[in-house]
Design a protein around this ligand. Structure first.
Ligand SMILES: C[S@@+](CC[C@H](N)C(=O)[O-])C[C@H]1O[C@@H](n2cnc3c(N)ncnc32)[C@H](O)[C@@H]1O
Length: 204
């Protein structure tokens, strides 16, 4: 089962990562009206999804464990005259953080983690969300053929990891949009098959 650590992401950023499409993911744009209040973009990369929500007037914080994409995100924010906060932070340490958000978004991070780290990540997301706050994420689905690229995630796995302390509002088939690259892994036409997941953290 492929699990991507820091060095894999450093290598990917040394080239042109497939997820760097230069605009927000369609799946998040489609539900923009449901994503409310202050937003944490977890695993924000160079910030395109964060910028989209900042441009709609949300207070947005993006975190990524690599300094390079965060520095690029800060530069892009300055170039575009957008206000958003970008921090170098490991999403597996969210539980130690005192910030709280109305919404957390995650485009392409959830599917990176091993089973053990996934549990830790979900607990961290729960701890940074205000009671009844919502978590929206887009991850590779087990409907995507092959094994190259990120780990595939099944609907059952999602239901299991969010079984306690969360209401699963929806798990819908979606696509993770990627840059075309004939020399790289070939994914399904229209982008790798994905799940778009909406959860509500139940109040404490
Ligand atoms: C597939 S990319 C998606 C980037 C961005 N969300 C997007 O859709 O364009 C996953 C991102 O998560 C970051 N990442 C991976 N593991 C992380 C961790 N433990 N904590 C924070 N960021 C992480 C990577 O550096 C990378 O920028």
């Amino acid at each position: 089962m492929p699990v991507h650590g820091r060095s894999s992401f450093e290598n990917l950023y040394a080239g042109q990562p497939r997820w760097e499409i230069g605009r927000p993911q369609r799946a998040f744009m489609d539900v923009a009206d449901q994503i409310t209040g202050s937003i944490l973009d977890s695993g924000c990369g160079t910030g395109e999804n964060a910028f989209f929500f900042a441009s709609l007037g949300h207070k947005v914080t993006g975190i990524d464990f690599l300094a390079e994409p965060i520095s690029l995100a800060k530069q892009k924010a300055a170039d575009r005259g957008l206000t958003a906060t970008f921090l170098v932070m490991d999403a597996l340490t969210l539980k130690d953080w005192t910030e709280r958000f109305d919404s957390v978004i995650d485009s392409g991070l959830f599917h990176v983690f091993s089973d053990e780290d996934r549990r830790r990540y979900v607990d961290g997301v729960a701890s940074v969300l205000k009671p009844n706050g919502r978590f929206f994420f887009l991850c590779f689905s087990d409907e995507e053929p092959g094994t190259q690229g990120p780990r595939r995630v099944s609907r059952k796995e999602i239901e299991e990891v969010f079984a306690v302390g969360w209401a699963v509002e929806s798990i819908e088939p979606s696509r993770y949009e990627v840059r075309p690259d004939p020399n790289d892994i070939s994914f399904s036409d229209g982008g790798p098959k994905a799940w778009f997941v909406v959860l509500r953290r139940l109040g404490r």
